[in-house]
Design a protein around this ligand. Sequence first.
Ligand code: CO
Length: 481
Amino acid sequence: MSAGTTSQGFAAGFGESPEVAIDDVPVRGILPDWLEGSLLRNGPGSFQVGERRYRHWFDGLAMLHRFTVSSGRVSYQNRFLETEAYRAARDEGRIAFPEFATDPCRSLFARAMAVFDPQPTDSAKVNIAKVAEKFLALAETPIQVEFDPVTLKTVGVTGWDTSNFGRMTTVHPQLDDARGEAINLVTRFNASSQYVFRHLDTATPGATPTTLARRRVGEPGYIHSFGMSERYLVLAEFPLVVNPVSLLLWLKPYIENFRWKPERGTKFHIFDRQTGAHVKTVTSPAFFAFHHVNAYDDGDDVVVDLVGYDDASVIEAFYLHRLEEPDARIPPGTLRRFRLPLRGGGKTVTGEQISPTPIELPSLDYARMNTRPDHRYVYGVSLGDEPGFYDRLVKIDNVSRTTTTWRAEACYPGEGVFVGRPGREAEDDGVVLSVVLDAAAETSFLLVLDAASFTETARAELPHAVLHGYHGQFYGEVRPT
Ligand code: CO
């Protein structure tokens, strides 16, 4: 173990990854014969640059991973995203761009100049999306990096907005292939800040994003995702907010400029998805969330499911020095449901907890169930009562409100990605794929769970550890020849 890592079992997931390609990964168990395609994942490939170490789980250099399942075999490749941030790290051993909670070493002069020449990181490490036939590595800065889904080589950059200056976006665009649209939220930080929903016509080749909706905001919140029903867009604005002018001075790492102001409550701004018109803003008691799960229309209400926290302390819990403490505890997020009244004068909403089971990195059968009121199953990583990191996968049934769990000794699974069996009728007829760190062996494996029974059917075992990642997607059409 390198200096700075911990005696905690999951520490191998916060080190460094080699770049490798493996044609035939050993498989234990039986892969479903219908499972064909590639799981593409994004996340940190290294927390170490020269003598410096990144400070937070959400920092690090972007690395893409491809697990291809074909004819009952598994191949694997990973590759650092070839960005300016990566080249500066590789060639000069320096952290050149500000990340979520780590800033470059800069002189005071350079800090002052950064106000006029901000350099958002291009280390797009958080998610993957296929937008208008392009495979994109997604960042919270507006720089989105296009890559080849087979070779994982970087192709170029694109973006959600007209400028990168003082702007942030989410890594969870809402995609509606049937309507041919992709929608994302951009926050424009300046003296008169705005939330802007950007809309891309994905059915028209060469189309560029346009503004669908906007709303002025004095102190913008940290927003990681948003909700979308058939008719509405829902921006949940948590009271983790920033003075935009102080943010643009950039005297501290990005997220450390934000302040928790629970007296503001959490505001749900609701917009008409078709016209972009602001419909209503309602307020609930303060809570925080990274991830929306689903939203749907129900009569005169919009119902929003998300993974909520009582406050934003979960962000602090993800600093590496905090995770390394022997008694480190991650505050548990839980699946919560909010019913937002669109008619009548009521402006206060309350939520209910669907399940007390801790859950994070929530996922669902997005292509089929997003925006639908009959959506039932939510998959995610979870925690026990003891200190440590996410060490199990859960499936929460939001109808029966029961939880099914998968876990194995000293194993730390990442996000579970649902892949439906072609021709399925039952919502959970398919598999859940997860990259799991085996802390005892300091290696990782691709876990294949039967989604209905939530039991293991197979695993493909890599000879090295994959660092704790964030998000990924499965694409049936990505099959190297
Ligand atoms: Co996310």
